[in-house]
Design a protein around this ligand. Structure first.
Ligand code: NI
Length: 177
């Protein structure tokens, strides 16, 4: 079921979410389905459970030849629960980000370029990956939601934060997330 996405200013986006304690339950599968439907409907690259008002440590993400991201590398579709991130470098890079909870805006956000993440899928199977580039960026953005952090809180240079239509009048970047 497509759910409404909470927007920045809603205090539920600022909570530190709780770990999932039981896997492969009807409730957890229903949550994942709702998140999948909502992300697909909005053509998002990722979604965190708090964005639909559920304070559990669950994120989904994936990018597969998305017309809204013509230049970014694909990211495998992933359900990641109770994630742990370990940065593998001090190196950061900067790139434009958007968020379904901050519709119509974009900002340049510094992120660590390489990290290891681990966690579980919805069946309780462990996941561990070392990733870099856009994949690493997406994971950091989504997992930040679980700690109540929205990307504008990571921006250092607010001259590169604004409305998508004003920043990219040629329409080269469209959409909300
Ligand atoms: Ni977001």
């Amino acid at each position: 079921m497509i759910n409404p996405v909470l927007r920045m200013g809603d205090p539920r986006l600022l909570r530190v979410s709780r770990p999932v304690e039981r896997f492969d339950t009807a409730e957890l599968h229903a949550l994942i389905h709702d998140m999948q439907d909502t992300m697909a409907h909005l053509n998002g690259a990722g979604l965190a459970a708090p964005q639909i008002g559920v304070d559990l440590r669950v994120v989904i993400f994936g990018v597969e030849a998305n017309p809204r991201y013509p230049l970014v590398e694909p990211v495998p579709y992933t359900v990641l629960i109770n994630p742990i991130l370990e940065q593998l470098t001090q190196e950061e890079d900067e790139a434009w980000e958007g968020c379904l909870s901050v519709p119509g805006m974009r900002g340049v956000v510094p992120r660590v370029t390489a990290l290891r993440y681990s966690g579980y899928d919805q069946y309780g199977q462990p996941i561990e990956r070392e990733v870099s580039g856009f994949h690493a960026r997406v994971v950091q953005h989504e997992c930040d939601h679980l700690d109540g952090i929205l990307y504008p809180m990571r921006i250092r240079d607010f001259s590169r934060f604004g409305f998508t239509e004003e920043l990219f009048p040629d329409g080269s970047v469209a959409g909300d997330d």
